[in-house]
Design a protein around this ligand. Structure first.
Ligand code: ATP
Ligand code: MG
Length: 353
């Protein structure tokens, strides 16, 4: 990962602008619409070819919805999605079907996402049936190739998912996602359901496949240590919005948004000397409902640094330092101050993260 060129020099494979995904809330027998769950509420970011963008945030903040809507598993409420130069925001289902091979998803729970009545060969081969015209022998060859690529024994091709361990089942899910040579894969908590001892193996496999096949990942996780390991850049989500996006090291060493600071302060530090001085930022209050987010900044109800403006005006998501984006009034470019850097008090609170 280290010898990859800087993101700026690379091609944008995924471009997301002003993306919103609202789910209607209905009531009564007539199912009248009474509101919206704003699961994804105006997010914009790019993913460069060959990189891993980590997407982190607490449960329910909209990570999975974001991943699914980018692959057009949902029709977005607003905004645009371009993948490999093609705008897929409003493409019809037939065009979308043709684009499907390029973009795939690996799910959290391999148990639930694999059909228990199909053999491994049938599961991995299913996308080939739909999108390619291989002969029977060619198809079996391709299935074997994919099983080799993910470290599954070919002799198990005729077995059923329940005969495998969790880690092996996730390998089946990965092989299936790879069947049509995708460019972009959304990995939605791909290791969260696995034993800790197996997690690293699956992560190593994903990294290895990425290098070999020049894959681009959106890696969704609430495990900040894992994301630090695998991601080139990291986006932090809170209540449907991205509050900060930065290169991995910059984000972990000097988080800018108060929410990122709080999230990272909860991650244990492997170095015991730093661990003993690590300051935990405890957030008070509940996460507001995505059906009724605050008027100003979505984080204003829990932010330890809240100011008056935060309760009234949504902070724009903007680049505050080269390559670093945040949505926070603390970093507004005030012409009088003339700087956008982190105030002193902020940089010093994060020892050890
Ligand atoms: N199909 C749906 N219909 C209605 N509301 C939905 C639907 N899918 C998700 N939501 C709501 O959207 C919000 C975001 O959910 P989402 O699953 O994207 O969060 P998440 O960040 O992936 O959470 P987790 O870490 O628990 O997987 C939640 O309030 C959820 O209840
Ligand atoms: Mg999820």
């Amino acid at each position: 990962m280290l010898d990859r060129p800087a993101p700026a020099a690379r091609r944008k494979l995924v471009e997301v602008k002003g993306l919103k995904m609202y789910f209607p809330i209905t009531a009564g027998i007539l199912r009248r619409k009474v509101g919206d769950v704003k699961a994804v509420d105006d997010v914009s970011f790019d993913i460069y070819e060959g990189e891993t963008l980590g997407l982190v945030g607490e449960s329910g903040c909209g990570k999975s919805t974001c991943g699914r809507v980018i692959l057009r598993l949902y029709d977005p409420t607003a905004g645009s999605i371009r993948i490999d130069g093609t705008d897929i925001t409003e493409t019809d289902s037939e065009t979308l079907r043709k684009l499907r091979p390029a973009m795939q998803m690996v799910f959290q729970d391999p148990q639930a996402s694999l059909n228990p009545r199909m053999t491994v060969a049938a599961i991995i081969g299913e996308p080939l049936d739909e999108h390619s015209r291989l002969s029977k022998a060619e198809k079996l060859n391709r299935i074997y190739e994919l099983m080799d690529a993910v470290g599954l024994n070919r002799n198990f091709a005729n077995r059923y998912p329940h005969e495998f361990s969790g880690g092996q089942r996730q390998r089946i899910g990965i092989a299936r996602a790879l069947a049509l040579n995708p460019k972009f894969i959304v990995c939605d908590e791909p290791i969260a359901a696995l034993d800790v001892s197996i997690q690293a193996q699956v992560v190593n496999l994903l990294e290895d496949l990425q290098d070999r096949m020049n894959l681009t990942y959106l890696f969704i996780s609430h495990d900040l240590s894992m994301v630090r390991h695998i991601a080139d850049r990291v986006a932090v989500m809170y209540l449907g919005r991205i509050v900060e996006l930065a290169p991995r090291d910059a984000l972990y060493e000097r988080p800018m948004h108060p929410y990122t600071q709080a999230l990272l302060s909860a991650v244990p530090e492997p170095d015991p000397e730093i661990e003993t001085v690590r300051k935990r930022i405890i957030l008070t209050g509940d996460v507001p409902s995505p059906a009724n987010p605050p008027k100003g900044c979505n984080f204003c109800t829990r932010c330890p640094k809240v100011m008056d403006i935060c309760r009234a005006v949504k902070p724009p998501f903007r680049e505050v330092e080269p390559g670093r984006y945040t949505a926070c009034h603390l970093y507004e470019d005030t012409t009088t101050a003339g700087r956008t850097g982190a105030p002193e008090a902020f940089t010093s609170t994060q020892q050890g993260v």
